[in-house]
Design a protein around this ligand. Structure first.
Ligand code: NAP
Length: 312
C-alpha cells in the first residue's frame, strides 16, 4: 500500500475532472485524478461530438485524449483503474482508500459523472452482453444486418439509434410518449433516416430469448395493447444516474442522488466540491462539465490557500 498527500484530489477523469485538474494544477496546488476505470469518462464512448466549441466534429475519444494531454502538460498526477474501498469526505484531511493506495487530500473535487439508467424489466440483467447493451459505439458492430431496438427519446437514444443504422438492417426507437425529447436538429436527421422506425407511446415490459435476445414484449401506454417485437438487441438510453456510491450519506443530494452544489460548486461539506454530470445541473454536456471543473478547481485552490492562512 502506497501513501500519498495532495492538496486537491479529483475523483473522476472525464471532462469535468480533467478541466478541474488543469485549473487546479495551474493554480499551483498539488493535484491528482483518481478514477475507477480508464481516464476519459463518458465521452470516450461517444462516436462523435459536434457541439464542443472549437471542434465542429471530433471523436469523443480523441477529444478526451486532448483533455488528458493538456492535464499531463501541467503535471496532474493520475491514478486510473482504482478499486475504491472508501472515501472519507468529512475528516480533515479527506482520505481516499483504494486497493492499491491511500491518498490524503486537503480538498476533494467530485467529478464521478453518471451512468446509464436501467429499464428494470425482466430479462434485462440476464441478457447484458448477450443482446442488452448500454453502449452502441462499443457493441453496434455486433449487430450487422440484425434488427435492434433503442429505448428512450432523448439525445442519447436518438443519436445512438442513428449510429446503429450503420450496422443494423432496422432500428426501432421505442419511446414512452409520442414526441421526442431530443434536440430539434437531431430529430430532423432521425426522421429522414429510413432504417429507423419509431414506436410511440410504448414501454418495454420484458426482454426474451434463449442464449441471446430474440424478442421484447412491449405495451402501448395509451391502449394497454401488448405486442412482441422480434429484435436481436436492445439498447436502453433512458437517462442517467449519478456515480455516488462512495459518498452516499456524507453529502447533500437530491432524490436521485445527484449532488447539490452552490454556484461555486461547493457541496454541503467544507472543502468538497462537485462538478459535471454528478451534480444537480440544468445541462449535462462536455462544455458544461468542463466549465464546472474550472469553477470548482478555482474555488478548491482558494480553499487550500485559506487553510495555509489559518495555519500561519
Ligand atoms: P434524457 O435527456 O434524460 O432522456 C431520457 C429519455 O428516456 C427521455 O426521452 C425519457 O422520456 C425516457 N425515459 C426516462 N425514463 C424512462 C423509463 N423508465 N422508461 C422509458 N423511457 C424513459 O437522457 P439522455 O438522452 O441520456 O441524455 C442525458 C443528458 O446528456 C441530457 O442532458 C442530454 O441533452 C445530454 N446529451 C447531449 C448530447 C448532445 O448534445 N449531442 C448527446 C447525448 C446526451 P420522456 O421524454 O418522456 O421524459
Amino acid at each position: 500500500m502506497q501513501n500519498f498527500d495532495f492538496d486537491t484530489v479529483i475523483l473522476g477523469g472525464g471532462p469535468a475532472g480533467f478541466s478541474a485538474g488543469i485549473y487546479a494544477a495551474r493554480g499551483a496546488v498539488s493535484t491528482a485524478i483518481v478514477d475507477i476505470s480508464m481516464l476519459g469518462g463518458q465521452p470516450s464512448n461517444y462516436l462523435e461530438l459536434e457541439n464542443y466549441p472549437g471542434f465542429s466534429l471530433i471523436g469523443g475519444y480523441d477529444l478526451m485524449e486532448k483533455f488528458e494531454e493538456h492535464a499531463d502538460k501541467f503535471g496532474v498526477n493520475k491514478f486510473p483503474m482504482q478499486e475504491i474501498e472508501s472515501v472519507d469526505l468529512i475528516s480533515n484531511p479527506k482520505v481516499i482508500k483504494t486497493s492499491e493506495v491511500e491518498i490524503k487530500a486537503k480538498t476533494v473535487i467530485i467529478a464521478t459523472g453518471a451512468k446509464p439508467m436501467k429499464l428494470g424489466v425482466i430479462g434485462e440483467d440476464n441478457f447484458v452482453g448477450r443482446g442488452v447493451s448500454y453502449c452502441a459505439v462499443c457493441d453496434g458492430a455486433f449487430y450487422k444486418d440484425k434488427v435492434v431496438a433503442v429505448v428512450g427519446g432523448g439525445n442519447s437514444a436518438v443519436e445512438e439509434a442513428m449510429y446503429l443504422t450503420k450496422f443494423a438492417s432496422k432500428v426501432y426507437v421505442i419511446h414512452r410518449r409520442n414526441e421526442l425529447r431530443a434536440d430539434k436538429i437531431i430529430q430532423e436527421r432521425a426522421f429522414k433516416n429510413d432504417k429507423l422506425e419509431f414506436v410511440w407511446d410504448t414501454v418495454v415490459k420484458e426482454i426474451k430469448g434463449a442464449e441471446l435476445v430474440d424478442s421484447i414484449m412491449c405495451e402501448n401506454v395509451k391502449t394497454g395493447e401488448v405486442s412482441k417485437l422480434e429484435v436481436n438487441g436492445i439498447f436502453p438510453y433512458i437517462g442517467i444516474l449519478p456515480n455516488v456510491e462512495n459518498f452516499n450519506g456524507q453529502i447533500a443530494q437530491d432524490k436521485k442522488g445527484f449532488i447539490l452544489t452552490d454556484e461555486n460548486m461547493k457541496t454541503s461539506v467544507d472543502g468538497v466540491f462537485a462538478v459535471g454530470d454528478v451534480r444537480v445541473t440544468p445541462l449535462r454536456q462536455v462544455i458544461t462539465a468542463a466549465a464546472d471543473g474550472a469553477i470548482g478547481a478555482v474555488n478548491a485552490v482558494k480553499y487550500v490557500e485559506s487553510l495555509k492562512e489559518i495555519a500561519v
